[in-house]
Write a protein that binds this ligand. Structure first.
Ligand code: FCB
Length: 446
């Protein structure tokens, strides 16, 4: 496939459906010498943690190349750019603002405004200042209050330059991957830690939402969650039960407190030692009203029952992307419809969706037809969900450009723009052109 298209009457072709591209600070910025250390710097420096032994010291050198990168974003014709703020870049060890770091983002936000591109700002996309980790990180309740203080300072500094704020990106990844299985920073391992970290992250979200309501009532304020829908390996009640448990553990755990003010019922089945440390009033703080919910979707997972464990995940089925994730767009439609049935949701934005592919730069171009297919099928899946009554207002491609893919280092390419890391040359891939043409085929942009 070389083109992306949707039925002519699709609501996703109207001018008020927002299309964007997304990135995150640690994955693209570099400029590490101009900020405090984060948990990802430490993790990268630990032998064996990153597949190619790389780090984020230079990354896409966006710290120096941001002007041309924003021109690139403009050239794609998108309505919005989702970026994240590096907490260790804008804060000093004393917790005051680091003006040089703030100025870096003010430059970007002003440029976006001049170009009429909406800024969707994520306040935390995993790069916790290392000195806070030295005090326990997300296992320390105090971190939630320090996050609130940082959000208070930074939102005042940004004034009215922002269109939407997300408190956290994918608290599941921070909590489970970072503090339970240890494949992400800070690399802590232990079943007793994951839900404790998750609770403090959700508390941080709730506290930040209160600050946003005060400092920034005119922006859309919300959170970004990732979902990997859980399917049973068979129709047996055991396998269905295993998939249900996994869904509560990985997915509902992060959304139910936001809308229902309580954790899924599997809490009572978890050993006491694994429970979060819930103080009186916490759940009410977590369940603040939100203007939008960001949904990130890449793939699904299949589970079977097991005598020893709550569930066992099966290897991903084909077809798969270059990172090994099954391509299964139907699960996106089903996910959106089921969330809409379960919860009283605010408008949704698909804040990340995309694919790692084994790209090759040949004669100055990247002919990533497989990625175009992925976008086509997943945009169609979003269209189908809207057809079934889900209020979805926007879609962001992950990612603007190839970047530091966490534990995979630079080995996996998710961009619609190719990055040659040696020269820092950017080349729009066929998928980038297809996305651009698709967006410009809509009713004239406002
Ligand atoms: C998501 C992350 C994002 C990116 C994609 C591939 O979980 O939010 O930073 O790495 O996966």
């Amino acid at each position: 496939m070389t083109k992306i298209s949707l039925p002519v009457n699709s609501p996703m072709l109207s001018a008020d459906f927002t299309y964007g591209v997304a990135t995150a600070s640690f994955q693209i910025e570099g400029g590490a010498e101009h900020r405090l250390a984060s948990i990802w710097d430490r993790f990268c420096a630990t032998e064996g943690k990153i597949a190619d032994g790389s780090n984020g010291e230079v990354a896409c050198d966006h710290f120096n190349l941001w002007r041309q990168d924003i021109e690139l974003i403009e050239s794609l014709g998108v309505d919005a750019y989702r970026l994240s703020i590096s907490w260790p870049r804008v804060i000093t060890r004393e917790g005051t603002l680091n003006q040089a770091g703030v100025d870096f983002y003010l430059g970007i936000l002003d440029d976006l405004e001049r170009k009429n591109i909406k800024a969707f700002v994520t306040l935390y996309h995993w790069d916790l200042p290392q000195h806070l980790e030295d005090n326990g990180g997300w296992l320390n309740r105090e971190t939630a209050y320090l996050f609130r203080d940082y959000v208070d300072l930074i939102t005042k500094a940004f004034g009215d330059r922002v269109y939407a704020y997300a408190t956290l990106n994918e608290p599941f990844c921070s909590a489970y991957l970072g503090y339970e299985v240890g494949v992400h920073a800070p690399g802590i391992v232990g079943k007793e830690y994951g839900k404790k970290a998750a609770h403090h992250l959700l508390l941080a979200h709730g506290l930040a939402m209160q600050v946003l309501a005060k400092n920034s009532p005119d922006t859309l304020n919300g959170i970004v969650l990732n979902f990997t829908p859980c399917y049973p390996a068979s129709n047996s009640s055991e396998d269905k039960g295993a998939a249900h448990f996994a869904d509560d553990y990985f997915n509902q755990w992060y959304i139910k407190p936001l809308f229902d003010g309580e954790y899924p019922e599997i809490l009572s089945q978890l050993p006491k030692a694994h429970h979060p440390d819930i103080h009186q009033g916490d759940m009410a703080i977590i369940a603040q009203p939100m203007d939008f919910l960001g949904v990130n979707y890449y793939t699904r997972a299949i589970y079977r029952a097991d005598k020893q464990q709550d569930f066992v995940e099966l290897p991903a089925l084909e077809p798969r992307t270059d990172i090994g994730w099954e391509i299964y767009p139907k699960a996106l439609t089903k996910l959106l419809v089921s969330l809409n049935e379960k919860y009283s949701l605010p408008p949704l934005y698909i804040t990340e969706n995309g694919a790692a592919m084994a790209d090759e730069l040949k004669d100055g171009s990247v002919n990533d037809l497989d990625r175009i297919d992925y976008y086509q099928s997943h945009l169609s899946a979003v269209h189908d969900a809207i057809g079934q009554g889900v209020d979805i207002r926007g879609y962001f491609a992950w990612s603007l450009m190839d970047n530091f893919e966490w534990a995979e280092g630079y080995l996996k390419r998710f961009g619609i723009v190719y990055v040659d890391y040696a020269s820092q040359q950017r080349t729009v891939k066929a998928s980038g052109n297809a996305y651009k043409n698709f967006i410009s085929s809509r009713v004239a942009k406002k």
